[in-house]
Write a protein that binds this ligand. Structure first.
Ligand SMILES: [Zn+2]
Ligand SMILES: [Zn+2]
Length: 454
């Protein structure tokens, strides 16, 4: 039996891989306008990084992590020997913890310096039950902004997220931006205590996990996927009724800046991130198209307590993450996924065996001039080579035979206009470049032929 990819993983075939690359390129071009720099952290880290940065009690850390063990450590484990702390590693289940660890390790966000802005992209790994839009290896793009406490930083981050979705092709009116404030050390403990009391009073209407959450982390009950829990928790005490003055002021400033930026938003007092280090602003973007119940395509918030968990001095921070597989599903559902695999700009065809090395050299010369060229490597006949050129979507075929070699002029045949002209190399380059600028690159194959006949 032939081998198959593992459950919950996916090969990205060229069309899908190209879609991913384009989402990354668009992020790269946009994020730079907001001052973000790329930071690439390892795919695996000491497990402690995730325990601290995500929370030991979360499902992600306690149930869904892939541990990474060396063969030697595995053998010793089998013999009942304990592992050293640095031998306990895991594949990253998200991006923020690694960035936070790196920022503290390399002292990238020191007090008194300008805020540090980093973005990341790559595979994340969670051992979940695979379902639509959810894989065990998936791709995320995220940003983290460290050192900024002002509400303008919250608003800037949200504006960036919405602009990114828009650039990707999701219309503003297809998205709902939800925001909330989670309070801070000043006002959250009282709310947390009230939620805990609410859970204990309504225990018989809640799932066992939520009942246990009363003692571990009551706020995580707001994340529960159980519909009964979700319905009951709509009656739970709301943080927005209990915010202290400075949190209220911060929240009001964020909202007024979002309004100034002409972004529509919905305040959702039940939008809660169940991790202790989240403070004040949290947000989530939802779409109706294509995802069913899993309709969140991105979200984030302020986490002023996170860097302290990695041993830094108190450093405000905030960030967001988006799942690229989910965005792709949304774009598909909206009919907005336009991926064109590039076609060669020209196919160089040899008339006979003697002309093959000339064809080869022409390809080399064209590529050195920045043009994409393809040729046959399987001894096809001229007729089959031209057919292949057509199948590859190449708008031109450059024909090389004994006559052409002798004259140094080659026959450039337009496969769309069915015209031919005899040109030298520089003239060919000019014609192909003209076509590129007229049809903007890789959509060339789909445009009608536009060059002159002899
Ligand atoms: Zn529940
Ligand atoms: Zn407060």
């Amino acid at each position: 039996m032939s081998l198959q990819s593992s459950r919950g993983t996916k090969d990205l075939l060229p069309q899908e891989a190209q879609a991913l690359v384009e989402m990354i390129q668009q992020a790269s071009a946009l994020f730079i306008l907001y001052g973000y720099q790329l930071l690439a952290t390892p795919h695996f880290e000491n497990s402690e990084v995730f325990a601290r940065g995500i929370g030991e009690a979360t499902d992600v850390v306690s149930k869904e992590m892939f541990n990474v063990l060396s063969l030697d450590a595995t053998r010793r484990l089998q013999h009942g020997e304990p592992l050293r702390a640095e031998e306990k590693m895991a594949l990253r289940p998200e991006g923020t913890a690694g960035v936070a660890r790196a920022v503290v390790q390399h002292k990238l966000a020191l007090p008194g310096t300008a805020s540090s802005k980093y973005w990341y992209v790559g595979s994340m790994y969670r051992h979940e039950r695979p379902q639509k839009g959810r894989l065990r290896e998936f791709h995320q793009i995220g940003v983290e902004c460290l050192g900024a406490a002002e509400p303008s930083a919250d608003a800037e981050l949200i504006v960036l997220l919405m602009q990114y979705f828009e650039v990707l092709g999701i219309p503003m009116d297809a998205m709902t931006l939800k925001i909330n404030s989670m309070g801070d050390d000043n006002c959250r403990p009282a709310w947390r205590a009230q939620v805990r009391r609410f859970i204990l009073e309504h225990a018989n209407g809640l799932c066992t996990q939520c009942q246990q959450r009363a003692d571990t982390n009551p706020l995580r009950a707001f994340d529960c996927k159980n519909p009964d829990c979700a319905r009951l928790l709509t009656q739970a005490p709301q943080i927005t009724d209990m915010l202290c003055d400075s949190c209220l002021e911060h929240y009001a400033a964020v909202k007024s800046l979002l309004t100034a930026a002409q972004l529509n938003f919905v305040e959702d007092p039940r939008l809660v991130r169940g991790l202790d280090y989240y403070t004040r602003t949290v947000f989530e973007v939802q779409v109706d198209a294509g995802l069913g119940a899993q309709n969140a395509i991105g979200g984030g918030g302020r986490y002023d307590k996170l860097l302290e968990m990695f041993g830094a001095r108190p450093t405000p921070g905030l960030g967001f993450a988006v799942g690229l597989e989910r965005i792709k599903l949304v774009l598909e559902a909206l009919g907005a996924l336009n991926v064109n695999l590039p076609s060669p700009q020209v196919f160089v065809a040899a008339v006979d065996n003697e002309s093959r090395s000339s064809a080869f050299m022409l390809c080399v010369e064209l590529r050195r001039r920045g043009l994409s060229a393809e040729m046959d490597h399987q001894h096809r006949s001229l007729r089959s080579q031209i057919k292949l050129a057509d199948r590859l979507g190449s708008p031109y075929c450059l024909i090389v035979g004994p006559e052409e070699r002798a004259q140094g002029r080659f026959t450039l045949r337009s496969l769309t206009a069915h015209s031919e002209q005899a040109l030298n190399l520089e003239e060919i380059v000019t014609v192909l470049n003209t076509r590129v600028s007229a049809t903007s690159g890789n959509t060339a194959a789909k445009q009608p032929g536009g060059t002159s006949s002899p």
